[in-house]
Design a protein around this ligand. Sequence first.
Ligand code: ZN
Length: 258
Amino acid sequence: MNETPPAVAAAFAALFGAVVGSFLNVCIYRLPLGTSIVWPASACPHCHREIEWFENIPIFSWLVLRGRCRTCGNPIGVQYPLVEAITAVMFGAAWWYYGPGVLLVSRLVFGCALIVLFAIDLEHHLLPNVITLPGIVIGFAFSFFTTPGWLDSLIGIVVGGGSLLLMFYLYLLVRKKEGLGMGDPKMLAMIGAFLGWKMTLVALMFASFSGSLVGVTMMVTRRGSLESMLPFGCFLAIGAAIAGTIGPSMVQWYLRLF
Ligand SMILES: [Zn+2]
């Protein structure tokens, strides 16, 4: 038997993740612009020169070029290697934790969607339908073959989308303006499809908690008002990442307290 040692397999998964992260960067950059994510080839956003293959090696190229375009010398944002590194770690860790199978693929697809939504919402205050809506369908489709199962997933879609839609209209009623975007309910419905309704509530709890924590901190330090705080989709992504990984064990620990 010459089986690949788990650590080597996880390292290969991480390498593959870095390449996927490079593609996520393209999605993050192009989806808000409404341009194709497959054509044309990547170019420098400043001088528009096409990127050569050797400038496109995840993380490595950015480090070698010290974060600058080879031609015009303009800075290339640190978010590019950062997204690649986070995706690489996610792929390596998920392979290590889940092993090959449907659940691994489901969690990786979900994780990639969260990374793209986080980055786009952070920069553009936007949660594109082209991610959230297919995400709901894909998450529900996966649930027929792996956890949380189709019924939990279906309830998750309704509970996730419904709870934030309710908040959206309540806020509109009380404050006479929109507090949430319409993208947030769709994103939480997607989270519900992948994680099921219980972990969706855990994700929403963490998102609201971290959101208000940051919001209060910003108000106390007078760095901005509630309106200027981080978009809620970023907190939903963080909450979903927590719920999707350590959520179940946290709930078990909490329930044992009583
Ligand atoms: Zn350039």
